[in-house]
Ligand binder design. Structure first.
Ligand SMILES: [Zn+2]
Length: 265
């Protein structure tokens, strides 16, 4: 198979080249793309989309490639379909993995690429490294027609503060359910019940996999953890605050809950 044919993910740090036409990721044979001289020996094949290879080429500078424009990886979410956006995430995680796994963490030897799976192997001691994936949870807590949404410290600077669901990383030795209860208790002081798993979403900034849950309020008053949150409140479905952008799992959960509520009326 020709290594130089497929979907082209031109990246430069945290930017990706997006074109105005079609699926918005350049597609085709390298010889047919209107490109200046690039070092195509550095092309990495990292996945497939619609039966064709996904090829990544990292550029040192966001130079003018004569087509499209450079956009921030996260911002490409609004331009690409969700499958392609997940592939952008995969390309990013792949790049991060190669960059941070050049030497064996056990004996210090240089690592070699494994050619049949995404891994790096030590010839000296046999240690094999895989891309890091950090499981995390996100939970939307409802109480009748109200929903608990929090403004995180990291979102506080924005002009219109974003309110979103409670989320956090899984700690070593925890089940996902345990993490949900612990995060809710730590960040809000509340107890929850009727925990229901919904779906998951990979999130490549930098390497998380989020498991989404719905839950209902059980007991307690809101006491927020000020290190993490700036505010948390119950919002009625008729008066929701500024929400996370479409495409995020948090927004999808809030929209799903709103829809369910209107069906059950
Ligand atoms: Zn080793």
């Amino acid at each position: 198979m020709n290594k130089q044919f497929g979907w082209w993910f031109f990246t430069c740090g945290n930017q990706i080249l997006v074109i105005p036409q079609g699926e918005r990721i350049p597609y085709g044979d390298v010889d047919d793309l209107p490109l200046p001289e690039l070092d195509f020996s550095q092309v990495e094949r990292f996945s497939h989309y619609q039966g064709e290879a996904c090829l990544r080429l990292e550029l040192a500078e966001p130079i003018d490639l004569g087509m499209g424009e450079w956009v921030e990886l996260r911002a490409s979410m609004a331009l690409l379909n969700s499958q392609l956006f997940d592939l952008v995430g995969k390309a990013q995680q792949f790049a991060l993995f190669l960059k941070t796994h050049r030497f064996c963490g056990s004996c210090g030897e240089a690592l070699q690429r494994v050619d049949w799976e995404l891994a790096m192997q030590c010839q000296q001691c046999g240690f094999r490294a895989y891309p890091r994936i950090s499981p995390s949870i996100i939970v939307l807590i409802s109480h009748g027609s109200k929903v608990l949404l929090a403004n995180h410290r990291r979102h506080q600077k924005q002009e219109q503060p974003i309110y979103t669901a409670i989320a956090g990383f899984v700690e070593a030795g925890e089940t996902l359910e345990h993490t949900v209860h612990r995060e809710v208790s730590e960040e809000t002081g509340l107890r929850i019940k009727n925990l229901r798993y919904w779906k998951s979403q990979p999130w490549a900034f930098p390497h998380s996999l989020m498991a989404a849950y719905f839950a209902e309020y059980d007991s307690g008053d809101i006491h927020i953890d000020r290190r993490e949150l700036a505010d948390a409140q119950w919002f009625d479905v008729s008066q929701l605050p500024h929400l996370p952008p479409p495409g995020t799992i948090a927004r999808e959960m809030i929209d799903h809950w709103t829809e369910q509520l209107s069906h059950n009326k």
